[in-house]
Design a protein around this ligand. Structure first.
Ligand SMILES: [Zn+2]
Ligand SMILES: [Zn+2]
Ligand SMILES: [Zn+2]
Length: 280
């Protein structure tokens, strides 16, 4: 028995081992992979919305990136609270916004929990336009005399130039969502690009040589402001990443398993709670 006990690991040992494994790694967590209404859609009884497969249940699109001892979240949609609880997130170092549509910003009020716990402002990164929209959406966050307990944030305005958060270099990818400017983000060999209908040629260059691209693909039928399945596959086959996942998915796309079986080997539909480890 004494011999056996010699091999039991303390929590500190486990922490050291985990830290060694995660060094030079980037962990991506799909917090949500659904379009603006989520899946199932309220009051819809289609076969996707009534599917019992957990991969057909999609919260609003958002991801979490853990790299270099930092934890970033991209977008805070209406399901942000539920996503933070589900993944047991204790702290976030920064939040990046792709654009100001409601399904990407509506949950921002819930960062209060982190403010209260850590007694610090939440660091937000967004364009000037998204900043203005946040001021309109959450005016009480930005007033001179704040009501006690409201969120406290520190906004960093970004443009299409690369920037860095605590040593992690991030390159915005400047694309169009119908006529609206939206940012995707590249961190090392990982790219997240949601809510896009057109990628200008200049930005395509920034997307080459990736290990993983997570890309918008709303449904099969064409759409004004999102890539559909064929357009997403066409773009991915041009860029040829090692692997690609499709996100911001509507119930019109079809059942996860059925659609996934039709896709090329290196492309899959993403699903909520999916986790991927990449070299960094
Ligand atoms: Zn969206
Ligand atoms: Zn449905
Ligand atoms: Zn949008």
């Amino acid at each position: 028995m004494a011999n056996l006990c010699r091999y039991f690991l303390t929590q500190q040992d486990l922490y050291i081992i985990l830290h060694a494994i995660m060094k030079n790694k980037m962990k991506i967590t799909l917090l949500g992979t659904g379009t603006s209404q989520g899946v199932p859609v309220i009051a819809c009884s289609c076969r996707v919305c009534s599917s019992e497969n957990f991969k057909d249940k999609r919260l609003r699109s958002s991801i979490m990136i853990e790299v270099n001892d930092q934890r970033f979240v991209i977008d805070t949609g209406p399901d942000f609270r539920q996503q933070m609880l589900r993944e047991n997130v204790e702290d976030i170092d920064a939040i990046l916004f792709t654009h100001h549509h409601k399904d990407h910003v509506a949950g921002m009020d819930d960062i209060r929990a982190f403010n209260h716990k850590w007694k610090k402002d939440m660091q937000l990164y967004c364009t000037e336009r998204t900043k203005k929209a946040l001021h309109m959406e959450f005016p009480y966050v930005f007033t001179q005399e704040k009501y006690p307990g409201t969120p406290s944030v520190d906004i960093h305005v970004i443009d299409s130039n690369s920037f860095s958060i605590n040593g992690v270099d991030i390159t915005p990818i400047d694309v169009l969502h119908y006529k609206m400017q939206v940012f995707g983000f590249r961190i090392s060999n990982f790219i997240y690009l949601t809510d896009v209908s057109k990628v200008p040629d200049s930005e395509l260059e920034k997307m080459k040589g990736a290990d993983l691209i997570i890309l918008d693909a709303l449904r099969r039928k064409k759409h004004l402001s999102h890539l559909n399945l064929d357009e997403a596959i066409e773009l991915i086959s041009k860029l040829r990443p090692k692997r690609a996942l499709l996100t911001h998915i509507s119930h019109y796309m079809g059942l996860h398993e059925e659609v996934n079986n039709e896709l090329p080997d290196y492309i899959d539909l993403a699903f909520d709670q999916q986790k991927i480890l990449l070299e960094y």
